[in-house]
Design a protein around this ligand. Structure first.
Ligand code: 4GP
Length: 810
């Protein structure tokens, strides 16, 4: 890629505006500028993209395909500019042209094609694959509507559709000529061939076209551009004169609409049977298009027999959602390519690898047999056969495990168990943080671990330091480069050299100044969004993540209520001003989570306007939390709240992002917090609360009483009574459901149990913050050790430990 100068860019933007839109720069809006800029960047990317594809073909290198129902890529303009080496010049050029760069970049709507951690991880992994020159691609769904847009109205979450494709999306290339035909339903016929083997043919299937849209995944200044291929469902129009097709049917508008629905929404509401079937359709749509595409590319690129597929292809499935890829691969190999069962199974089980992202039971997918059988008859037959053979194998070869068969069978209790299918059909099963993998091995997947211990491995998550530090926090990134030079950008572990400077006062002051400037910027943003003035000298205490009971936003807001109660009792209370910042979306059908959002907003509406509180306490709920908002908040965080009930958060990745930006973690010994703790120790983070062992012990043996705490801790009683009676502040809003959930269900996430240690730890936080030098040392220590959590490191581990993939340097 030829680097542009700022002047060159100005000329090119001006030229494009004139040629494409007939506009002068004076007439152009920020959106016009954005599109001109995106076209220039796309033009820069195209040749490198083509070259990367050629290189992969020529070198006949092994490829990884990352299959995921979610890719939470956010906005691409800045990261593409950064990775193309054009961000600095562009910023300069835009300013000189009289535009605010952030306003221009802000014209791009986030591609919110994911819900949270799992989807964002997939996006970070793609960035690292390209930046490290690995041949690795994403395969996902091009939802026309991404994750809903959240509005807060009278404190309540209201969901609006996220029509992110309203304006043209400049990064995608439609590849109609590479469309793939997908079959649903229909009749399966079995024939015996001359050699005695069986042949399967399908008739009367519902046919759907999967049309790929390719998005370039640009590596960091290395000319590698991989592909994120997103599939869109479109009606299939048979060729004219094909007498077997009923024209009227296929032109029926309702039918067309139902096909387009397949890729209509991310996560359709699955509370109704129809909705659930639509999700199953989405899953099969993704895997069928991906697997057929992979086989086609393999044939085109390698000219090898399919038995050698595992030498050239590995498919990583992101949670169980794409695990139908396993029977789909069997189907393609057997029915399409004439391999026998044993040969096909040998290939399949050497190609698939599975990552688990959660042990929450409600997330362990199962599908009713009836639904699977009618929607995907051939796939169901194959799953049935996989199950039979698996159960028989245990029965005959592992007699000591016979009793476990009902717990391990893929088909049991009238359901198809997707995690079991994923484990059986994969050569690798990994968790996403050390403790998570241990829990999988010892508990959730214990039987499978006993059966095949060698499959199980850990790959602790990571985040791309390019987006989350270099791009999101240029003040800090520039300062780091000033201190230790630029090598950390390609080798993030070199951030550790910052440890040499933790006693250098003048230098630490510079880190402090960068944080302060970021806090000022966020304060300005908050003011513009909410009209509330927050004090940039207060502690910015941040909890941003999906709203879930286990993540315990409730514990956080209980602490805020407690502080508020204290301030009401004693307005002279000596405390460092605090700003509590929340960002969270709740699943539309998750009532309690929405109540918690309402509670946070209610507390905010009281606290922020109470004269007694003055400026000591502010509560900010920023609506519509998404990737772009995270990029604004994270650089300004002082405290990173990672307070899940121990054992519940598989890893967390927000914890890594905030650590990398110099926030101190206030957290439980859960997920990757434990690995942060391994690195920085008790002195540089604030750990509190029950351990995973203790939590699991309570679940197993009981012995915890929430009511007892309610009856003995006056602070807790006061808060809960305020919720129940609606006596909170001057408002008459009751939060009885929260109250009863805690007391009648014995506080399933141990909010009350961890309340006391959480309060104490907050006091320690405050004392620590008063010593600004020591705080800065801790902050820089966190940044220094955060390189280990770059997704570059994680991807290296996947590449060597699971994928057996080589970097393709020039
Ligand atoms: C999330 C986990 O909750 C989080 O701990 C982890 O860091 C992230 O995956 C990436 O591995 N799970 C999901 C999900 O987002 O949908 O199950």
């Amino acid at each position: 890629m030829q680097p542009y100068t700022a002047d060159g860019l100005k000329d090119e933007i001006t030229r494009r505006l004139r040629v494409d839109e007939g506009l002068s720069t004076h007439e152009a809006s920020p959106k016009d500028i954005y599109y001109a800029l995106a076209a220039i960047v796309h033009g820069e990317i195209m040749p490198a993209w083509k070259k990367t594809q050629q290189k992969h073909k020529e070198k006949k290198a092994k490829q990884v395909y990352y299959l995921s129902m979610e890719f939470l890529i956010g906005s691409l303009i800045k990261s593409n500019l950064l990775n193309c080496g054009m961000l600095g010049q562009t910023t300069e050029a835009l300013k000189e042209m009289g535009f605010y760069p952030e306003e221009v970049f802000g014209q791009e709507q986030d591609a919110a094609l994911g819900n949270g951690g799992l989807g964002r991880l997939a996006a970070c992994f793609l960035d690292s694959l390209s930046s490290l020159d690995y041949p690795g691609h994403g395969s996902g769904i091009r939802y026309r509507y991404g994750l809903f847009e959240q509005r807060i109205i009278h404190g309540n979450q209201v969901e609006l559709p996220d029509y992110w494709l309203k304006d043209p999306y400049p990064w995608e290339n439609r590849k109609e000529e590479e469309a793939i035909l997908i079959h649903f339903r229909g009749d399966v016929h079995m024939f015996k061939k001359n050699d005695g083997s069986l042949e399967f043919k399908y008739e009367n299937t519902d046919k759907v076209m999967a049309v790929p849209y390719d998005i370039p995944v640009v590596g960091y200044q290395n000319s590698t551009v991989n592909t994120l291929r997103l599939w869109s469902a479109e009606p299939y129009f048979p060729l004219e004169g094909d007498a077997t097709q009923d024209e009227d049917f296929y032109h029926d508008l309702e039918h067309q609409h139902s096909i387009e629905q397949i890729t209509g929404f991310l996560y359709p509401d699955d509370s109704s049977p129809e909705g659930k079937e639509l999700r199953l359709k989405q899953q099969y749509f993704l895997v069928s298009s991906s697997v057929q595409n992979i086989i086609r590319q393999f044939k085109d690129n390698y000219q090898l027999p399919l038995s050698r597929l595992p030498e050239k292809v590995v498919i990583q499935i992101n949670d169980t959602h794409p695990s139908l890829g396993i029977p789909e691969m069997m189907r393609v190999l057997m029915d399409g390519e004439n391999l026998g069962w044993d040969a096909a199974w040998k290939v399949t089980t050497k190609v698939f690898a599975y990552t688990n992202h959660t042990t929450l039971s409600e997330a362990l997918e199962t599908w009713p047999v009836g639904m699977m059988e009618s929607l995907l008859p051939r796939i169901y037959m194959i799953i049935h056969e996989i199950n039979e053979r698996f159960c028989q194998d245990i029965w005959f070869n592992r007699e000591e495990m016979r009793d476990q068969i009902p717990r391990m069978a893929v088909i049991a209790d009238g359901q198809v168990h997707m995690a079991r299918l994923a484990i059986i059909g994969s050569f690798s099963v990994n968790g996403v943080a050390r403790i998570h993998t241990e829990i999988l091995k010892k508990q959730e997947m214990r039987d499978f671990y006993v059966l095949s211990p060698g499959k199980f491995n850990n790959k602790t998550n990571g985040i791309t330091h390019r987006r989350w530090l270099l791009q999101a926090n240029p003040r800090l990134a520039d300062l780091i480069t000033e201190v230790i030079g630029p090598n950390w950008i390609r080798r993030p572990k070199q951030l550790i050299s910052l440890m040499k400077y933790t006693r250098d006062r003048p230098l630490l002051e510079k880190f402090s100044a960068a944080k302060q400037a970021n806090k000022q910027a966020l304060a300005a943003f908050i003011h513009q969004r909410t009209g509330i003035a927050v004090d940039p000298n207060s502690i910015f205490d941040v909890q941003i993540k999906r709203l879930h009971e286990y993540k315990r936003q409730l514990l956080n807001i209980f602490h805020v209520i407690h502080l508020y109660n204290e301030l009401k009792d004693n307005p002279q209370l000596d405390m460092i001003p605090r700003t509590f910042i929340f960002g969270a979306k709740a699943a539309p059908s998750y009532h309690l989570a929405k109540e918690i959002i309402k509670l946070i907003n209610t507390v905010a509406s009281i606290v922020n306007y109470d004269k007694d509180v003055k400026d000591k306490l502010k509560v900010i709920f920023l609506e519509n939390y998404n990737v772009s908002l995270a990029e604004k908040i994270i650089p300004a965080a002082d405290i990173s709240e990672q307070i899940s009930t121990a054992s519940k958060e598989a890893s967390g990745t927000g914890n890594m992002k905030m650590m990398m930006n110099g926030a101190l973690t206030l957290g439980t010994m859960d997920g990757a917090n434990i690995e942060i703790h391994d690195l920085v120790g008790d002195e540089n983070m604030f750990i509190f609360g029950l351990t995973a062992e203790q939590v699991m012990d309570y679940y197993r043996h009981g012995g915890y009483s929430a009511t007892e705490i309610y009856n003995t801790d006056d602070r807790v009683k006061r808060i809960l009574d305020q919720l129940k009676l609606g006596e909170f502040g001057s408002q008459e809003i009751e939060f009885k459901d929260i109250y009863y959930n805690i007391l009648s269900h014995n506080d399933p996430y141990f909010v009350l149990k961890d309340f006391e240690p959480y309060m104490e730890t907050h006091e320690i936080v405050e004392r620590t913050y008063r010593d600004s030098f020591s705080w800065l040392q801790k902050s820089v220590t966190n940044i220094a050790y955060s390189g280990k959590f770059s997704s570059d490191h994680t991807i290296q581990q996947y590449a060597t430990g699971i994928w057996n993939l080589k970097q393709l340097k020039e």
